[in-house]
Design a protein around this ligand. Structure first.
Ligand SMILES: *Cc1c(COP(=O)(O)O)cnc(C)c1O
Length: 400
């Protein structure tokens, strides 16, 4: 991979015709160290947020040893990249073949589930050649919790509710020596209180079930910084989670886990795009809804932008973007604030795309290509750059 100081240097040197993904290894390393050092338990990286092998290696090199995988392809990828990693298969609906391969070929012992059917599927798939049940399974019941504090809901699809959880916990306990409870409060949870509500629900489920619980996994949802979304410091989340975890009726040596995706990799990448055409307040750029900007189009996510030409001198105004495909849905309303005199041929950097950005790119309509380049400058915003001197008292983050 080529190295440049920053996006402007890339544009000056290359005038790229296709979008370029800029990776910042130092930013991902810093986020990993933050979670490893400050989260009061184990931090699993949720691979779906960005499965790039370079990123997996950076996280591993900075102390992340456990990985939340959700498909057999993710299992194979992480195993091939990091032979020593611990993989946890945290998708509550898996195919028997995926479970079998994960357990028998890749050493996966930890599986999540939210139904009796899934539990039976796991037990069957992990039997040995003589038909004996596995004795080393680590099973984790996914509880449905509210997504009301999150920018993206994950409340509808997975998780058993409070009426089903106690019986499922009791039944699952008979098939494993290590039983956990997990949940996901939704992505980009803007308040630590999301985790308090969820842990209260865990308390109700385990009190009713009266079974020994060995692990609580508070899932992902830890936020990053975007325009209009500046969350409280992550230290506040960690503190409140720790307090409420401690008060649960669980084994004295129970473990606390979390599964950050976004928070570990949002700052890792940005994207350089070229303006192909301008029509009034609309810029036609060369990446979009079917590329790294899926969330900007489909869930109206706001990403920070900056123009990369020195000769743009006018004040900023609001623009919307069209992506390159022939589909009307390839539209990003923004608004994106850029200099009034921006025009076709100019370049823009779009920040905070390390999570659910590069990972979402498709080849639809022939527009999937993107070179990857390493840059050394700071991400457009950061939760980890030390700009907040009093994280407990001060919710302000830098947004350049
Ligand atoms: C997507 C996902 C995550 C990561 O979520 P973020 O909001 O990116 O932190 C963690 N756990 C599970 C089970 C997921 O599906």
């Amino acid at each position: 991979m080529q190295h440049f100081p920053d996006a402007q240097a890339v544009v000056r040197a290359l005038r790229p015709e296709e979008p370029v993904i800029l990776n910042r290894p130092h930013a991902a390393a810093r986020a990993a160290r933050f979670f490893v050092e400050k989260f009061p338990g184990k931090s699993l990286y949720a691979v779906k947020a960005n499965p790039s092998p370079e990123l997996l290696q950076i996280l591993w090199d900075n102390g992340v040893t456990h990985f939340d995988v959700a498909s057999i392809a993710e299992v194979r990828l992480v195993r091939a990249t990091l032979p020593g990693a611990t993989l946890c298969f945290m998708h509550p609906v898996k195919s028997p073949g995926a479970i079998r391969e994960a357990y028998h070929s890749h050493g996966v012992k930890t599986f999540s589930l939210d139904s009796v059917e899934e539990m039976e599927k796991i037990v069957e798939a992990c039997r040995d050649q003589d038909g004996n049940a596995a004795t080393d399974l680590r099973l984790c019941i996914r509880l449905r919790v509210s997504s009301e504090h999150a920018a993206l809901s994950l409340a509808a699809k997975f998780g058993c509710d409070l009426t089903e959880a106690p019986a499922l916990l009791q039944q699952t306990r008979q098939h494993c020596d290590w039983l956990g409870v997990c949940f996901h409060v939704g992505s980009q949870a803007m308040s630590p209180f999301a985790y308090v509500q969820a842990i209260d629900r865990v308390r109700a489920a385990i009190a009713e079930a009266s079974v020994v619980i060995d692990m609580i996994d508070v899932g992902g949802g830890f936020p990053s910084v975007y325009p209009g979304m500046e969350p409280p410091p992550l230290e506040d989340y960690f503190k409140i989670i720790h307090q409420h975890f401690y008060a649960l009726p669980i084994a004295y040596n129970a473990e606390l886990w979390c599964e950050p995706g976004r928070a570990l990799c949002a700052e890792y990448s940005s994207l350089v795009v070229k303006v192909e055409k301008r029509r009034g307040e609309e810029l036609y750029i060369n990446d979009g809804a079917y590329g790294a900007l899926f969330d900007a189009a489909h869930v109206d996510w706001k990403f920070p932008v900056r123009a990369l030409e020195d000769d743009l001198i006018k004040p900023v105004m609001d623009f919307a973007f069209y992506g390159p495909t022939c589909d009307d849905a390839d539209y990003m309303p923004g608004p994106f604030a850029l200099p009034e005199d921006i025009q076709a041929g100019d370049y823009i950097e779009i920040g905070m795309l390390g999570a659910y950005g590069a990972a979402m790119k498709t080849d639809f309509n022939g527009f999937g290509a993107a070179e990857r380049i390493i840059v050394q400058d700071e991400p457009m915003a950061s939760l980890y750059d030390g700009s907040r001197t009093r994280p407990e008292a001060d919710n302000v983050v830098s947004l350049r």
